[in-house]
Design a protein around this ligand. Sequence first.
Ligand SMILES: C[S@@+](CC[C@H](N)C(=O)[O-])C[C@H]1O[C@@H](n2cnc3c(N)ncnc32)[C@H](O)[C@@H]1O
Length: 267
Amino acid sequence: MDISSADYNNFRHILESQSGILLGDNKQYLVASRLSNFIKENQIPSLSALLAEIVRPSGKQLLQKVIDQMTTNETLWFRDNYPFEYMKRQLIPELKRKGRFRVWCAACSSGQEPYSIAMLLAESGNSMAAEIVATDLSSRILDRAKKGIYQDIELKRGLPEHKLRNHFQASDKSSWQLSASLRNSVKFSSLNLLKTPYSNGRFDIIFCRNVLIYFSQENKTKVLNGLIDSLKPGGYLFLGASESITRDCKPLDLVRCNPGLAYQKPA
Ligand SMILES: C[S@@+](CC[C@H](N)C(=O)[O-])C[C@H]1O[C@@H](n2cnc3c(N)ncnc32)[C@H](O)[C@@H]1O
């Protein structure tokens, strides 16, 4: 699919304003690879025609599907390890003393991150100690997350063999489904991080990992400040291993997890 510079610039403006996802210069190949089949399947004559449609009030559903195509859903079990180790060692014992606590995975993709937390809680005998809320912009990926069915290849990415045996049942020859009790312990819903303020209430722990890398500095700050507002005083924020807060963020204290870092909202 050939993309003119006018169409490309128009598309990246729409994508960023609706989702925060920022496309650099000369990423036409990425748009072509993510949207060519989509355009054919939906019998849309061209990218220009698609662009004209998604800006109409009647094109909202189509716009959501286009954004879905442009999200990068790369994820794995117990990603980076240290946030889960730190939760197990420090945060679960600390927070459960005060009562039931709340965890939010913002940008949860296909569910590996919130389900890793659910496993951690179940295995330490703390299933009832926390409420886990998981959100993402993409309804396609949320449908997958809710089903909790994963291919062999996805399960090989970070999930120890004994956890596979303990928490999954074979679904067919090459896929496995997570136990109903763990699936039911995570509440999934759709939420666009760009559309702050959020209405999920306040949280003791927020994971927002490997999504802000796709955003401009300005949108990063906006989202981070929205997340900070959603933390309870004393609450913890985990970002991706290559992410950090921006200069214009509301104040947070740095927490050394040894290894790795987290942030804490001043009490
Ligand atoms: C690379 S995945 C990260 C998944 C998980 N947090 C992890 O670190 O493994 C990024 C996710 O962010 C979601 N996303 C992108 N823009 C978003 C937005 N504006 N609001 C909410 N989620 C968004 C995508 O749909 C995708 O599932």
